[in-house]
Write a protein that binds this ligand. Structure first.
Ligand SMILES: C[S@@+](CC[C@H](N)C(=O)[O-])C[C@H]1O[C@@H](n2cnc3c(N)ncnc32)[C@H](O)[C@@H]1O
Length: 231
């Protein structure tokens, strides 16, 4: 991904949109404590959707590789993909059982057998909607027939007129310090500068990409989990 040769000039450089903090080694070093990922329940969920000894599993936007490394113990092959060299450096130190690849939603080229299971958590919102559409079509084409995408991201599952109250309600529960989670200032920057979109815009993008939404849950109207199968 670092090499932009061969990429059209009108394509975004995903690193420019990855959130500057994710490219920072100090931030990456403290990321595990911040992310609030319950690895065990994420694995239970992934097992329900195909993670197992015959599975090729791709974690797109794997961050520091917490989930990919844990999944490697129970999958045939695991690939962890992220645009951030800093995040991947931590990931590489965590496990040699995972193939770590520096690439993004728009550039990852999968080698070998297609994955039955693709996962992405809290990253698609780094792309504007047009590029979310392109990214989701790429995920569709990457999946093995009948394969599953588990997409977790921050979405706005409410009406535009509710935005003020719903976003304030969300921000009221922000973490007190950056080490423990996302503070109000960080969440404000997320809403202001990043590209989380309304659930009722994201869902047609999933369907249009050729994915069928078979499960949908949106915690607190923000924290979405979609389970989608390749049609
Ligand atoms: C909030 S972190 C989430 C990391 C991990 N998935 C987790 O749940 O802990 C967002 C991650 O997405 C990565 N990222 C941002 N834009 C990306 C893109 N276009 N393609 C792939 N990864 C991207 C960042 O480098 C960062 O590691």
């Amino acid at each position: 991904m670092g090499d932009r040769d061969g990429v059209s000039g009108w394509y975004p450089d995903e690193r420019d949109h990855a959130g500057p903090e994710h490219l920072d080694a100090g931030y990456a070093a403290g990321y595990d404590a911040k992310t609030g990922l319950d690895v065990e329940s994420a694995l239970v969920h992934l097992r329900r959707h195909g993670l197992g000894p015959e599975t090729t599993f791709v974690d797109l936007s794997c961050g520091t590789g917490l989930l990919a490394a844990a999944a490697a113990a129970e999958a045939r092959r695991v690939v962890g993909v992220d645009v951030s060299p800093a995040m991947l450096e931590i990931a590489r130190g965590r496990s040699e059982a995972v193939e770590w690849v520096e690439a993004g939603f728009l550039t990852y080229e999968h080698q070998g057998d297609p994955p039955q299971l693709v996962h992405s958590r809290n990253a698609l919102h780094h792309l504007r909607d047009v590029w979310k559409g392109v990214a989701l079509a790429r995920v569709h084409d990457l999946l093995a027939p009948g394969g599953v995408l588990v997409l977790r991201d921050l979405v706005y599952d409410f009406e535009p007129r509710e935005a003020d109250s719903r976003i304030e309600e969300w921000l009221a529960g922000a973490a007190p310090t950056p080490a423990e989670g996302w503070t109000r200032g960080e969440l404000e920057a997320h809403v202001r500068d990043e590209h989380s979109t309304f659930a009722w815009l994201l869902e047609p993008l999933l369907v249009h990409a050729g994915l069928e939404i078979v499960e949908r849950e949106v915690g607190r109207g923000i924290y979405a989990t979609y389970v989608c199968t390749r049609r």
